[in-house]
Design a protein around this ligand. Structure first.
Ligand SMILES: Nc1ncnc2c1ncn2[C@@H]1O[C@H](COP(=O)(O)OP(=O)(O)O)[C@@H](O)[C@H]1O
Ligand SMILES: [Mg+2]
Length: 213
């Protein structure tokens, strides 16, 4: 059962638990529509490492398998929920804190939740994991890894070029740090495997661990 995981600064609020997980398990036994417990698949890596591309392909594949899946994408979220945030360290912390919370909600709703965010700081990713684990929810970190030379070469949005020219400040890998995961569940080197292979690696992992059947 999900519980409040952080100290709320607002006073006079009390967490109101429900019996969602029990209902999901019952529904699952009857072959009902909520036939999954939910999991957050957290993709992290440099800009242009392939997070969005892999998340899109994975979402499509999971939907073909008739799994309830939803993708939260870094750029997309900045058009709405996080449009008030910039790219300084504090804003990046808040960006990821919010996505940690939102992905927890989706996963609590029995969704296979795919997040595609640079999420450059280890502490922020650790917080996202903690938010899930404290709520008894599954969380898998996937390092979408490609060397800086490769992502700069790809540069699908021309951002590295602009960052090198000094037109974009605090750009991850150029003028802002990226702290690679030390112990991710999965490490996908996108300079060495194509998108299809990346989707296969993640799907095989989900099958092997029993997150999907
Ligand atoms: N193996 C791969 N996996 C994912 N993307 C790849 C791969 N090889 C080349 N690419 C290309 O790299 C770019 C990655 O861009 P994108 O998915 O937007 O990255 P991110 O979301 O990490 O910023 C795309 O143009 C994609 O076609
Ligand atoms: Mg992206």
């Amino acid at each position: 059962m999900a519980t409040a995981t952080a100290t709320a600064t607002t006073t006079n609020i009390t967490f109101h638990p429900g019996s969602r997980l029990i209902m999901i398990c019952q529904s699952q036994r009857k072959g009902g529509p909520l036939a999954t417990k939910g999991i957050t698949i957290w993709l992290t890596g440099l800009s242009a490492s392939g997070k969005s591309t892999i998340a899109c392909a994975l979402e499509q594949h999971l939907l073909h398998l008739r799994k309830f899946s939803y993708r939260l994408d870094g750029d997309n979220i900045r058009f709405g929920l996080n449009k008030d945030l910039g790219f300084d360290e504090k804003s990046r912390n808040e960006n990821i804190r919010r996505i940690g919370e939102v992905s927890r909600l989706f996963t609590d709703a029995a969704c296979i939740t795919l997040t595609a965010f640079i999420s450059p700081y280890r502490a922020d990713r650790a917080l996202a994991r903690k938010i899930h684990e404290e709520a008894g929810l599954n969380f898998v970190e996937v390092f979408v890894d490609a060397p800086l030379e490769v992502v700069e070469q790809r540069d699908p949005k021309g951002l590295y070029k602009r960052a090198r020219a000094g037109e974009i400040k605090e750009f991850t890998g150029i003028s802002a740090p990226y702290e690679p995961p030390l112990d991710p569940e999965l490490h996908i080197k996108t300079a060495e495997c194509d998108v299809k292979e990346a989707v296969r690696i993640i799907t095989d992992y989900l099958l092997e661990k029993g997150y999907i059947s």
